[in-house]
Ligand binder design. Structure first.
Ligand code: GDD
Length: 469
């Protein structure tokens, strides 16, 4: 059918394409092509907003402190930690191209078409960033989740570039997907198998709790190093002096971006009462994701408000500030508007904000109590916000009905737990409605808990992996 000439032509074309592919593969770390033995370089990847990925930013800072070069790769949406920007000699930030708006949809029918296209786009941008826009590295540290498509691209690039892959487990990708699709959905099952498969290809693993380390070993069959690296407060989160608290509180009304003068005056009145402990400041921080149920907070606060104007007039007024950005924020704001219109929040003022790193730290340090609504999709991850709060000496009340919670919160020592709106309302009434001594004791416990810092923990756990002596 084919003569010799056609065969030869085919062979030449195949050879040409293969050579083109081979010569354009990413350069290797310490390999034959593009030698780069001298540089101790680490790539850090998060398929998310770098500014809202505190743990990956802290990794970058810790690695830079040890004198290595860091390529920090992710989306650039919110402000990046100022110390990273100030350290541009050691840490280079590489922004991933955002997914085109036309591929973003909330319509679940269109998701079946747009979803795979979005993943293909992400594979391409990750491939370019990890394989070409950054130099070959000794190590690659990847945040998981999101696992799709991060883990497969990281694995292929590490294989080609002779880079050692380390996965930093914040949670499990499949358990987050299960919140949207249900745990028996085929995509959730596929996502779990995918995550398990690529988990085994990494040279080492960090994870946020001891409980997660057990799951990785038992259910994921990982036999390489699993190093629990608990989140600890970074150095910008500090206990404030009374003078520092006072001067931050003076700026708070403007930070809350009041719409008009009346609103500004309301905030000013509340803040001056907070300074005299006549009103209370409650804070929460969030990425507004489905693993946090803010309806629990709203229900507790409406009941609190109702009791404060009826049977329990000694309960103080409360200013609640919820910080952070994310998908479910608008629905929360709409709900607050309707509760206000129904006059169900007479004794409670709720505001949202996204603050600079330093204002965020000072807000936590100025508050009376922190709230965590993190429900933990896997049961074995922990909320970073609680660590932030302890760093500033702020006691915490948190949803605590999951396995890993006692690794962080010691009941009655640095905070209190609840498992529903009624429980939260009771704790608020107890702590704001008279038991000053308990609040003081919890504060002492929070200050104690915050003393062990990220740098020490990182050096002890991750430092020994990346920089063995
Ligand atoms: N600058 C700034 N940062 C904020 C603000 N509000 C929240 N944040 C950041 O957002 C984090 C909270 O985001 P979440 O997504 O709610 O995190 P989490 O549930 O507390 O913890 C999860 O993410 C951690 C880090 O990625 C994980 O380590 C942890 O296991 C868990 O999965 C805070 O720790 C803080 O760094 C703000 O106004 N300003």
């Amino acid at each position: 059918m084919f003569d010799l000439e056609s065969w030869l032509l085919g062979l030449v074309i195949i050879l040409a394409i293969s050579s083109l592919v081979l010569f354009n593969l990413p350069t290797q770390y310490g390999g034959i092509i593009g030698k780069d033995r001298s540089a101790n370089r680490i790539q850090i990847i998060v398929l998310g907003d770098i500014g809202r990925s505190p743990r990956m930013q802290y990794h970058a800072l810790s690695i830079a402190k040890h004198g290595a070069q860091v390529d920090l790769i992710g989306y650039r949406v919110s402000d990046i930690h100022p110390d990273i920007l100030a350290n541009s000699n050691a840490i280079r930030v590489h922004a991933l191209h955002p997914t085109p708006a036309c591929l973003q949809t909330k319509d679940s029918r269109l998701f079946l078409v747009y979803g795979p296209l979005k993943v293909l786009f992400q594979i391409w941008t990750l491939w370019l960033a990890l394989g070409y826009r950054t130099k070959p590295s000794r190590w690659m540290l990847v945040q998981n989740p999101p696992s799709i498509p991060t883990l497969i691209v990281a694995y292929v690039v590490c294989f080609l570039r002779h880079t050692r892959l380390v996965i930093d487990w914040h949670n499990f990708g499949y358990s987050i997907l299960a919140l949207r699709l249900g745990s028996t959905h085929p995509l959730v099952q596929i996502s779990r198998l995918y995550e398990q498969l690529f988990a085994r290809s990494a040279e080492a693993h960090f994870c946020v709790t001891n409980a997660m380390a057990r799951v990785l070993e038992r259910d994921y069959g990982i036999t390489t190093k699993i190093l629990p690296l608990h989140d600890r407060p970074a150095s910008h989160l500090q206990v404030l002096t009374e003078a520092q608290r006072s001067s931050f509180l003076a700026t708070l009304p403007n930070l809350l971006s009041p719409d008009d003068d009346q609103r500004l005056q309301d905030y000013q009145r509340l803040v001056s009462e907070i300074r005299m402990s006549k009103s209370r400041l409650l804070v929460s921080s969030t990425s507004w994701t489905p693993d946090e149920d803010f309806s629990v907070l709203l229900e507790a606060l409406t009941n609190y408000s109702d009791l404060a104007i009826t049977t329990h007039p000694h309960l103080p007024e409360v200013l609640v500030v919820v910080t952070g950005n994310g998908p479910q924020k608008d629905a929360f704001l709409t709900r607050i508007q309707s509760l206000k219109a129904e006059e169900k929040l007479e004794m409670v003022t709720i505001e949202t904000a996204f603050l600079s790193t330093s204002d965020y730290a000072e807000l936590l340090g100025s508050a009376d109590l922190g709230v965590s609504l993190h429900t933990s999709s896997s049961g074995v991850d922990l909320p970073m916000k609680v660590v932030d709060m302890f760093g500033t000496g702020l006691p915490v009340v948190g949803w605590g009905d999951f396995e890993a919670w006692p690794e962080l919160l010691h009941e009655g020592v640095n905070g209190k737990s609840f498992s529903d709106a009624e429980g939260l309302q009771e704790v608020l009434m107890q702590l704001f409605g008279g038991d000053e001594e308990l609040l003081r004791r919890l504060k002492k416990g929070a200050v104690e808990e915050g003393k062990l810092r990220w740098d020490e923990e990182w050096d002890r756990v991750a430092g020994t992996l990346f920089f063995p002596t």
